[in-house]
Design a protein around this ligand. Structure first.
Ligand code: AMP
Length: 558
């Protein structure tokens, strides 16, 4: 397939926000795609070149794109950068520059989808300094053979900025429509393969039913909905329910096949190499030939034996070198809470009660290495509240509440699992910087750097963008925010501006984490703008010590 054909579909998809129309367009594209290219098309339509769970990433910076554009067009990098600032995104920049270039250049090879995907896949294999010129060359080759529109979509894909509004649900429905397959079957196949590329191929051959869960291939995991208190938990789940501490580590699905152990995160990325310690623990203490167990790996303080906050061990997840040393310095304990496959058989259709029984048989508990999560089965709200407080005191995030009759269904379900966390008061913070946006938000400041106060200084504690709207209406829009902030700009660095601290906003969030990225040493998790606080003086915004206090409260350590 020519890349220009795919570009036509990108443009059609961009033009509509209607879900049904998107499904119609995408299913038409899938119908016109040969069986062997279905996976490539599925990845490219979402701006990817691998399935989501694959470890390999394109990993290309805006700087390199500037180089590539400059080398193809012969225009000085600074001038390209100026245009970037004006237009807001490099896709539109390259489109405009290639338009002018094409008037003088005649010879070029017509791009096909294979060429694009092959060059972009090669990028993911290149790391380190010596590879810069090769990386630039691979992308330059594509741009120089592209027409203006093709160039725009190539650049957006390379930068991981391609958005044509095709979420997983739309892919699922399009596969179902294109190949006349049952939607539930398509979804189920995806839950087991984590790869809509493969699902599309199987759907075309009418082989969806043949998919089975298999060891070594990541699957989607079960998730929880947030409830505000135990009462709401009981309303969603049946009585009695099973409460477990919500441990502050990271999710890991462990696939054991005899002595072959592989580890996958919640986003289905493989992390086996990063955790040789977990691999050894599993080999020794999981007493079954083969299984998939669902766990939370949590850092252990070597001195006290207590759990550590997630940020301390988060660095281990992406680590590529000194792995053994890190494993010694930051040991983890595996807290096992579920089993979804055992002795060659999927357990997804067994109840939690049954699965837990099996789990208790196959895990040989060893403190600080591998333990089952504590559990409390109760129909009494008071007992659950006490368990919640106890869990916070131990340094956990709260509780997971689980329906004991629930099957293992990947994704979030009202009657499956709920999470119960401490509700935290919003913070009043001041905006000290912002960044110009891309795409629909080009020309507007769309991401805001917020700070708390520490005596006379303002210290950053995160960036917030959620809560502001693109369209005009009653709520706060990017346009209004830009109008408020533009007169306060003191310095500009690329797309980032520093502003005089004046505009105070109320910010909601799920959690406060320690963070080396921001000068306060803290970061807000899932921040969202609630409102502008016009009535507040700067002297009354939240202080660093208040943020420290919330950080401690959320873990029950007042
Ligand atoms: P959240 O990330 O806030 O949506 O909470 C869900 C996450 O809590 C899961 O993905 C797990 O990583 C984590 N978690 C911690 N303890 C448990 C537990 N006992 N059962 C299930 N998930 C848990």
């Amino acid at each position: 397939m020519y890349y220009s054909d795919l570009v036509k579909y990108y443009e059609e998809l961009e033009k509509t926000t209607k879900r049904l129309e998107k499904v119609e367009i995408l299913s038409r594209l899938l119908n016109h795609t040969s069986a062997d290219k279905l996976d490539s098309i599925i990845y490219l339509i979402r701006g990817k070149v691998f399935p989501d769970w694959d470890e390999r990433k394109i990993g290309y910076s805006s700087r390199l794109i500037l180089k590539a554009i400059s080398s193809v067009t012969g225009i000085n990098q600074n001038d390209v950068e100026k245009l970037w600032k004006k237009k807001g995104d490099l896709g539109s920049v390259v489109e405009e520059l290639i338009k002018h270039k094409k008037q003088t250049t005649l010879s070029s090879k017509r791009l096909d989808v294979d060429k694009v995907i092959n060059n972009l896949r090669k990028l993911s294999e290149m790391e380190g300094e010596g590879t810069v010129s090769k990386k630039v060359q691979l992308v330059s080759e594509l741009i120089s053979n592209a027409n203006p529109k093709e160039a725009k979509f190539v650049v957006k894909t390379v930068l991981n900025e391609l958005r044509v509004g095709v979420k997983e649900g739309i892919i699922r429905d399009s596969i179902s429509r294109a190949f006349n397959a049952d939607v539930k079957e398509v979804e189920n196949a995806f839950n087991l393969t984590a790869d809509y590329g493969e699902v599309a191929k199987l759907a075309k051959k009418n082989k969806l039913k043949s998919i089975e869960m298999s060891l070594g291939r990541p699957t989607k995991l079960m998730l929880a909905i947030l409830v505000k208190d135990a009462k709401e938990g009981f309303e969603a789940l049946r009585r009695p329910l099973q409460a477990e501490p919500k441990i502050d580590g990271f999710r890991v699905a462990v696939h054991k096949d005899k002595n072959n152990v592989r580890l996958f995160t919640r986003r289905m990325e493989e992390v086996t190499k990063q955790f040789p310690d977990i691999v050894e623990i599993v080999k020794e203490h999981v007493k079954t030939e083969n299984c998939i167990i669902d766990c939370e790996a949590v850092g252990i303080d070597k001195k006290t034996g207590k759990h550590m906050a997630f940020q301390k061990i988060s660095q281990r997840i992406k680590r590529k070198y000194d792995i053994e040393k890190m494993a010694k310095e930051f040991p983890v304990e595996l807290n096992v809470f579920d089993v979804i496959y055992c002795n060659g058989k999927s357990l997804m259709n067994e109840t939690l009660k049954e699965r837990r029984k099996i789990l208790e048989k196959i895990i040989e508990e060893r403190k600080e290495k591998i333990v089952l999560t504590k559990k409390l089965i109760s129909d009494d709200e008071k007992k659950i509240n006490e368990f919640f407080k106890e869990s916070l005191k131990e340094g956990n995030e709260g509780l997971m509440l689980k329906n004991i009759d629930s099957l293992y269904i990947p994704g979030r379900y009202v009657n499956g699992w709920c999470k119960l966390k401490n509700v935290l008061e919003p913070l009043d913070l001041v905006i000290i910087g912002a960044e110009f946006g891309d795409g629909k938000r080009a020309g507007w400041l769309s991401s805001f750097i917020v700070a708390c106060r520490d005596k006379n200084k303002f210290l950053e504690c995160g960036r917030v963008s959620t809560g502001i709207k693109e369209k005009e209406g009653q709520e706060l829009t990017y346009k209004e925010m830009t109008k408020l902030l533009k007169p306060l700009i003191e310095k500009e660095e690329g797309k980032v501006v520093h502003v005089k601290p004046k505009i105070i906003i109320e910010v909601g969030y799920e959690e406060i984490q320690k963070s080396p990225t921001y000068s306060s040493g803290y970061a807000l998790r899932f921040p969202r703008v609630l409102q502008i606080r016009t009535e507040k003086p700067l002297s009354e915004i939240n202080t660093l010590s208040e943020i420290e206090r919330v950080y401690k409260i959320q873990r029950g350590k007042r």
